[in-house]
Ligand binder design. Structure first.
Ligand SMILES: O=P(O)(O)OC[C@H]1O[C@H](OP(=O)(O)OP(=O)(O)O)[C@H](O)[C@@H]1O
Ligand code: HPA
Length: 194
């Protein structure tokens, strides 16, 4: 896996340090509130797992999975729900936990949907904020890092479902995705590199 990474953007230590800071801010801001951390599957799983443990408040965890159609590195803007929340949110302060905001399309769809369920409040915390012209402008209340407009993987972020288990965030070599990949093709090329 590591040989497909052009540059390590954020090390494990940098990620953990920032998550500890975000945890402290969120602990201060939500003291006394009924907080629900809403994680977006699958990319936000490592982030929400570490962030939840950095927040010193009673809180609930729930997850939504949404899929956006597109090719492997570009979203198309058509989003649909694959897995919904387990219960209502009208008595809760909801904090959406995202791994990355890129075009803004996924979050725009989620915010629109969740607002209609009347949460007590709705805010967004994203580990990464990609520096690019958004297709949809979205509010970000907390974020860890602004990153350049490059395709990144690791710490939950994938390319063709791979690389999510890298402990750092790195820029993927463009040669890996220069031809349209399938998980099978990528597995094959990784096996050939061993
Ligand atoms: O701002 P956008 O351009 O919409 O991109 C951001 C979204 O894309 C990724 O999810 P993806 O749909 O790839 O699903 P995954 O989390 O399962 O990888 C990521 O986890 C964000 O949810
Ligand atoms: O840069 C990215 N990497 C992985 N998944 C993503 N989804 C949107 N942008 C990205």
């Amino acid at each position: 896996m590591h040989q497909d990474i052009e540059e390590i953007l954020l090390s494990e230590e940098q990620l953990q340090e920032k998550i500890a800071d975000l945890g402290k801010q969120i602990t201060r801001d939500y003291a006394g509130d009924h907080l629900l951390l809403l994680g977006t599957l699958k990319g936000a799983v490592p982030f929400i797992a570490d962030l939840a443990r950095a927040i010193e408040l009673p809180l609930e965890l729930d997850y939504m999975a949404v899929a956006s159609y597109g090719n492997s590195t570009q979203s198309s803007g058509i989003v649909r729900i694959i897995k919904d929340l387990e219960g209502p949110i009208d008595q809760k302060h909801v904090l959406i936990i995202e791994d990355i905001i890129d075009s803004g399309l996924t979050l725009h769809y989620l915010i629109d949907l969740l607002k209609r369920r009347n949460p007590l409040s709705l805010k967004v915390c994203s580990l990464l904020n990609k520096e690019r012209l958004r297709i949809k402008d979205v509010p970000i209340d907390y974020y860890g890092f602004t990153i350049p407009d490059k395709f990144v993987v690791g710490y939950g972020l994938d390319y063709a479902q791979l690389y999510r288990n890298l402990p750092y965030i790195g820029i993927l070599k463009p040669s890996v995705y220069s031809e349209e990949a399938t998980p099978e093709k990528t597995h094959k090329s990784m096996a050939e590199q061993k």
